[in-house]
Design a protein around this ligand. Structure first.
Ligand SMILES: [Zn+2]
Length: 446
């Protein structure tokens, strides 16, 4: 429980799309690419075991914005934006992730309650994103239709490879040049702040760490373009050396964002509003680099629920508590209730999460379209929703990389399954959760 009175404070939520927790230096990463985020962690509260409740944006963001297990019911309106607006806060979101498209068609209304919800994307950018999406779907189909050792695949791939080596510009998706970067998001945000007459809730969503990883001043542009294209079109042909370069590019984007966070802090100081702001830094999900045979977070492959996909950074800066490290397992479902608690606002009854400062150490649910996971401090159970087969169980203490499937261990399995059902039942008592019955069926019919 937070025993501070922070009613007169602003909340600034910074979400960095695709940022893995283990690429923060303060989380043990070998390269020091996050000096400014680390400084905030050192002077704030660092949660070292924070997990997203979904492995990709359209499930993850709505989930923490309304504190519910995804997918989110269209009827749900109580975003944290709306809750704060109803309590007198000015609210704004600057979020260039096209999630709002899927949001409009199938999810909850994440923009609900924001005085300003700015995607910062003009029609040309939106059109380009749609084309990119169609192309990705086509390549996914091509990759899944032909096995990479068949002659036809080899012919197509060799031809393709030669062409993009020679003309890296030819198929290149220009997204990294059109999606607003952290710097332009900061500029918009600061000019919005200048016009506010009272306390505010500001949500900034940076897209720079999302693929295509394309640091703007990278010296080998041809290599960059070749890799961006290959990553999109033939990710399963990426070599070990290319994987290393991709990780380096990803890290350079993290370094850029870290630098931009420092710029934002400096601007907040100039505007005289750093002292009365609480800044929360997190990510919507992680990113895979071939650890379990896939890259990214579901684009060309099926989204996984391994820790590299769901372990996210979580830092709260600006509370009286400083230099605090919380190792307990927590989840992003608890983010919106925590903001309420910090500002002394009642937590809406439809929120499934609790405050992050609640000491409970229970298991969490992570959900995707095809799989559902139950993660405790020591184990992770992954259940295939489609057929209930090829399920997985990992001993996270002895096998933190999740390589050894111990699904045959009946004693552990039974306990986890019953705890998982208990948790889903508890959620169900509060709200009608569509997934519970299907999960129960899968477990009972095993
Ligand atoms: Zn995302």
């Amino acid at each position: 429980m937070i025993k501070e009175l922070n009613i007169d404070k602003n909340i600034i939520l910074i979400t960095i799309d695709c940022l893995r927790a283990d690429h923060l230096h303060c989380m043990g990463y070998k390269k020091n690419i996050t000096p400014n985020i680390d400084k905030m962690a050192k002077n704030g509260i660092l949660f070292t075991n924070a997990f997203s409740n979904a492995p990709y944006t359209p499930y993850s963001i709505p989930s923490f914005i309304v504190s519910r297990i995804p997918p989110i019911d269209k009827e749900i309106k109580e975003t944290i934006g709306l809750v704060l607006k109803n309590n007198g806060y000015y609210t704004a979101a600057f979020n260039p992730n096209a999630i709002i498209f899927s949001d409009t068609f199938e999810g909850c209304n994440i923009s609900n309650g924001f005085d300003v919800y700015d995607m910062m994307l003009n029609y040309r950018m939106r059109f380009s994103l749609i084309i990119g999406c169609i192309r990705q779907r086509m390549m996914k189909y091509l990759n899944s239709s032909f096995k990479s050792n068949t002659p036809i695949f080899k012919i197509i791939y060799n031809m393709y490879s030669k062409i993009i080596r020679k003309f890296p510009n030819i198929l290149y998706p220009k997204e990294h040049l059109i999606i607003p970067n952290a710097e332009s998001i900061n500029t918009e945000a600061i000019s919005w702040i200048k016009n506010q007459k009272g306390n505010f809730f500001l949500w900034l969503h940076y897209m720079d760490v999302h693929e295509p990883y394309a640091p703007r001043n990278y010296n080998n542009q041809n290599e960059l373009l070749y890799l961006i294209t290959k990553y999109r079109d033939f990710p399963n042909m990426i070599t070990e050396k290319e994987r290393e370069i991709l990780i380096n590019l990803y890290d350079l984007e993290i370094l850029y964002v870290d630098n931009q966070i420092n710029n934002l802090i400096e601007k907040l100081k100039e505007e005289n509003c750093l002292k009365n702001s609480i800044i929360i830094i997190t990510s919507d999900h992680g990113e895979e680099f071939g650890e379990h045979g896939a890259f990214g977070h579901g684009g060309s492959f099926k989204a996984h629920l391994y820790d590299e996909c769901i372990h996210v950074p979580l830092i709260i800066y600006g509370l009286e508590k400083k230099g605090m490290v919380i190792e307990r397992q927590v989840q992003l479902l608890d983010l919106s209730p925590t903001i309420c608690e910090i500002l002394n606002i009642p937590i809406p009854h439809i929120y499934l999460g609790k405050s992050l400062f609640n000491d409970s150490d229970g298991g969490i649910i992570v959900n995707s379209e095809f799989d559902i996971a139950y993660r405790t401090k020591n184990y992770k159970l992954i259940i295939r929703k489609t057929d209930g087969e090829n399920n997985e169980l990992y001993d996270l203490k002895n096998d933190p990389n999740e390589f050894i499937n111990i699904y045959f261990n009946n004693k552990i399995l039974k306990n986890l399954e019953s705890d998982m059902i208990k948790l889903l039942n508890n959620y169900n008592k509060k709200i009608k959760l569509g997934i519970t019955r299907s999960i129960k069926n899968i477990i009972l019919n095993r």
